[in-house]
Design a protein. Sequence first.
Length: 83
Amino acid sequence: MSPFIVPIVAIVCGIGAGVVKMWIRFQERKLEIMHSQTVEKAAQYAAKTERLEQRVAVLERILTDRSANLADEIDRLRDTPLN
């Protein structure tokens, strides 16, 4: 065995380990970004769901309300902004 093989193998292994370490850091960063995007989307969906639930509650109240002021209430709700 040549005395140069051991240092060459050590250098190649060191470079390979560095590349693997950089790849792992890259994958971790990618997962962090995906996580933050997922959290943001979940918050947006939750807010949208809340708005839709409020609108459905208003519609249910309108459909079940038999009062004489129903037309006035519909007009009032039509004039209020949705968001």
